[in-house]
Design a protein around this ligand. Sequence first.
Ligand code: ATP
Ligand code: HSE
Length: 331
Amino acid sequence: MAVFTAVSLDDLHQWIKQFPLGQAVGLEGISSGIDNSNFFLNTQHGTQSGPQSGHYVLTIFENLRFDQLPFYVNLMRHLAGRGIPVPAPVPNNDGELIVSLHGKPAIIVSRLNGSSQLAPQPVHCAEVGRMLARMHLAAQDFALQQPNLRGIDWWTATAPEVAPLLSEAEATLLRDEVAFQATFAASATYANLTRGPVHADLFRNNVMFEGERLSGCFDFYFAGIDTWLYDVAVTVNDWCVDLATGELDEARVRALLDAYHAVRPFTDDERDAWQPLLRAGALRFWLSRLYDLHLPRAAELLTPHDPTHFERILRERIAHPAPGLPTTVIT
Ligand SMILES: Nc1ncnc2c1ncn2[C@@H]1O[C@H](COP(=O)(O)OP(=O)(O)OP(=O)(O)O)[C@@H](O)[C@H]1O
Ligand SMILES: N[C@@H](CCO)C(=O)O
């Protein structure tokens, strides 16, 4: 059940008049998703300057406040305007993207076609790599700034809260890895990495495909400014992993990295940073899953994901170097 705030077509009758979409003619709760209430929304018509179809998604934010949303929603608008296949937020008649519905922040965005590809092959990974590189380039001139709120500062603050609740072996791994990452983050190699707005959560369930063609990606609510390579590492750790063992599948890794590199070539500093950042990407999701499991916040609606999956991935990345970044010069 992923509709936490009930909404009916009657509720929308007056409310939707603030948008240039005509009346709401269809509303259907979306069952997947665990953070927000999402609905497929059909309206009489689309907009001339934006999405033109009349097929939208209405999201009511259950945990994020109004003041926490502008970076994410404006980033989606920026990327959609640059032709990246992400949901385009629809402004109301006053130009506002985030409005109130039943006292909570809400947005209307264009609906993406397609469905998730939960058993990706190299061809899907290549599509993801290509799109990720295009997204990084398109976001370069995005005006708003917000750090990755699940980045190294958050790991450093959160690990001491979580460690006492773990086994000795887990706590040792957690402390050692946070220390390793802190040392790496202070290095010249790290300082030289290219930064910009990154998605930071581009998992299989946040990307849509129509057959072998990527039709869009969504869920920008962990986006922030970080290194582009960190975003690649998070993406590879999910799209190219053997779910049972945490090992990487070389064919999928190669497909994703080669496709990314063909759009935005990797640098020598990124080659040096690749193994540490794969570990960083694993640490981030191990820690957030541990945190959600052991320290659930009363007001939140979260169903925790299994942390052991990312513990396995972290141990695997420490034990075995992953396939390296491509070195071929793109001409
Ligand atoms: N713009 C969109 N177009 C089409 N479908 C969408 C769109 N946005 C969301 N969805 C659908 O709604 C579902 C839930 O969305 P989402 O994953 O963002 O939920 P959430 O509760 O906000 O986040 P999460 O569960 O990932 O923390 C998605 O799996 C997808 O099927
Ligand atoms: N992708 C995250 C959930 C937050 O979107 C995880 O798998 O832990």
